[in-house]
Ligand binder design. Structure first.
Ligand SMILES: Cc1cc2nc3c(=O)[nH]c(=O)nc-3n(C[C@H](O)[C@H](O)[C@H](O)COP(=O)(O)OP(=O)(O)OC[C@H]3O[C@@H](n4cnc5c(N)ncnc54)[C@H](O)[C@@H]3O)c2cc1C
Length: 424
């Protein structure tokens, strides 16, 4: 079976590698460099616990306050393309208590398998930087820690079975001396992991090539055309390459929306811009990844430095580094740390999370377009869910039966208007 994967982000590469493991002849095509878009400078957390949508109760309040606060972690940046206003409205509606609870339950069920699929990649020799120190949620305010323990209790009822410990007072600095003694406490999710996200994409790409797959970079796909034989396709690139395919997996991040529009398929995605700085520094570096709760900043210690990342700026898709937003992330991040300070910046980055209207992934075949499969919309969880997405999607594409964990994530949940009847 010839399968073409459009998009060499962590999702496309995970699907491609797993398909190559199942014997497919896989070609991955990317407009740029593999793993360089949203899948690069992010925090790299593999976190079943945090698998919950941002479209949640309070989203309306947060969205409105983001208009008025220059320091808010989330921002609305409207653009003029059709569908933005309706996307925002639907995102806010998806944050109702009932819908958000349903989405959280589906994500918890899916992410329960996240760690075993990371282990499965390691067992099969996929190489990447991988850490097993858990994930610590750090609170400046004691009341927020107590509230968050209710979230933990809710996750337990949804099946989360990782070990959780709480540290307060002097316990906090014993736990991780890099954390400021001023914080109120820490909730340590001991079973969570983190990876260097760039290395995960590189490792998947290398293993794909070892399996005989191919990777074409710097070739934007312009069109996906149905061939005469029903269920087969030709992927056409801007450079004039025509790739005949029995299956096409579209994993092009937020650009999936524009790519599928000519096929009459509406994928309700927007881009949520984030930013990061990776630096070496002096002082005590954290030994755990830290979720710095009040300011929504992520701090990830890697082998060659510490990364501070954050912001969720929804809408416009520019690749310019906004120095003010990045400085804010760094300043807020450092306010939780004792004395670590960056001295040598290794990289700065912006990336766009592909964010669906209910902030849960869109994975599965496209009804009425046999051979066409979607894997996108992972929002804040693309790294966490890439290994499990790749494994389950590959099984479905290879005809090994429907994977029930993916059922809540079908495009069909957006109703009949998502796919125009085929006139192909
Ligand atoms: C600040 C920040 C922190 C984050 N932290 C975490 C975290 O800790 N854990 C976690 O799980 N997630 C995290 N995320 C989210 C994560 O980065 C994304 O969910 C994930 O990278 C999405 O991967 P993707 O493969 O879908 O998209 P991308 O990585 O964007 O890949 C899409 C690819 O498609 C290609 N493409 C687009 N159009 C075309 C075309 N026409 N033809 C060919 N190729 C095309 C692009 O070039 C790109 O390479 C974070 C995100 C941000 C912004």
């Amino acid at each position: 079976m010839k399968t073409t994967v459009i998009g060499a982000g962590v999702i496309g590469l995970a699907c491609a590698y797993e398909l190559s493991e199942l014997g497919h002849e896989v070609t991955v095509v990317d407009a740029g460099t593999a793993g360089a878009a949203a899948s690069a400078g992010n925090a790299g957390w593999i976190t079943p616990f945090l698998s919950m949508p941002r479209a949640a109760p309070g989203a309306v309040r947060d969205a409105l306050s983001s208009f008025t606060s220059a320091e808010g972690p989330a921002r609305m940046r409207p653009h003029l393309e059709a569908g933005f206003a309706s996307w925002v409205l639907r995102f806010l509606l998806a944050g109702s208590r009932k819908r958000s609870a349903r989405a959280t339950a589906a994500l918890q069920r899916f992410s329960r398998h996240a760690l075993e699929h990371v282990d499965s990649l390691l067992d099969r020799g996929v190489e990447f930087e991988h850490h097993t120190d858990g994930l610590a949620v750090v609170f400046k305010q004691a009341a927020n820690l107590e509230n968050y323990r209710r979230t933990a209790a809710r996750m337990r009822t949804l099946g989360y079975d990782g070990t959780i410990t709480v540290h307060r007072g002097s316990d906090v600095t014993d736990f991780d001396p890099a954390i400021s003694s001023e914080v109120a406490g820490v909730l340590h999710l001991e079973s969570e992991r983190h990876v260097r996200p760039e290395s995960l994409s590189q490792g998947l790409a290398k293993s794909l090539l070892n399996n005989g797959g191919s990777l074409i970079e710097g070739e934007p796909v312009r069109r996906i055309l149905p061939q005469r034989t029903p269920g087969t396709w030709t992927v056409v690139t801007a450079g004039g390459k025509e790739i005949p395919s029995d299956h096409v997996v579209v994993a092009a991040g937020y650009a999936t929306r524009a790519l599928l529009k000519p096929l009459g398929v509406t994928v309700p995605l927007e881009a949520a811009k984030g930013t990061s700085m990776t630096a070496r520094g002096e002082g005590i570096a954290p030994s755990h990844p830290l979720k710095l709760y009040e300011n929504m900043v992520a701090c990830s210690p890697f082998d060659d430095g510490v990364r501070l990342s954050g912001t969720f700026d929804i809408g416009r898709r520019d690749f310019a580094l906004n120095r003010r937003r990045l400085d804010m992330v760094v300043r807020h991040g450092l306010s939780y740390l004792a004395d670590w300070r960056p001295t040598e910046t290794r990289s700065t980055w912006v990336g766009h999370r592909p964010t669906s209207v209910d902030d849960t992934p869109i994975i599965g075949p496209v009804a009425g377009r046999p051979g066409l499969y979607l894997a996108t919309g992972h929002g804040t969880l693309g790294v966490s869910l890439a290994p499990v997405t790749g494994a389950l999607a590959a099984r479905e594409i290879a005809g090994r039966g429907e994977q029930s964990e993916l059922t809540p994530f079908r495009l069909s949940r957006f109703g009949a208007r998502a796919v125009r009847p085929a006139t192909l």
